[in-house]
Design a protein around this ligand. Structure first.
Ligand SMILES: [Zn+2]
Length: 82
């Protein structure tokens, strides 16, 4: 798999959450691993962006932008903190 890291979506994250999020800690709902969002594995697949856990490859976040509205699915995150 050929993914980017969370820094690739720093702009998207700050648009969605209104804050600098690459240093925020996300906890994977699948395996419980936690770490900075900058260390997640990111796949940019228009129209969606998929953020996966670096430990288990579980999907942590999905962003889909349609007509300038971004829908966010955070079901793969058990915790998100700064
Ligand atoms: Zn995981």
């Amino acid at each position: 798999m050929d993914g980017l890291d969370g820094n690739a979506i720093a702009g998207l994250l700050s648009d969605v959450f209104g804050a600098e999020m690459t240093t925020a800690t996300g906890t994977c709902a699948t395996c419980g691993a936690g770490g900075p969002l900058a260390e997640t594995v990111v796949f940019l697949r228009a129209p969606g962006t998929v953020v996966r856990c670096r430990t288990c490859s579980g999907v942590m976040m999905v962003f889909v932008t349609v007509r300038e509205t971004t829908c966010v699915d955070l079901r793969g995150l058990s915790n998100l903190g700064t």
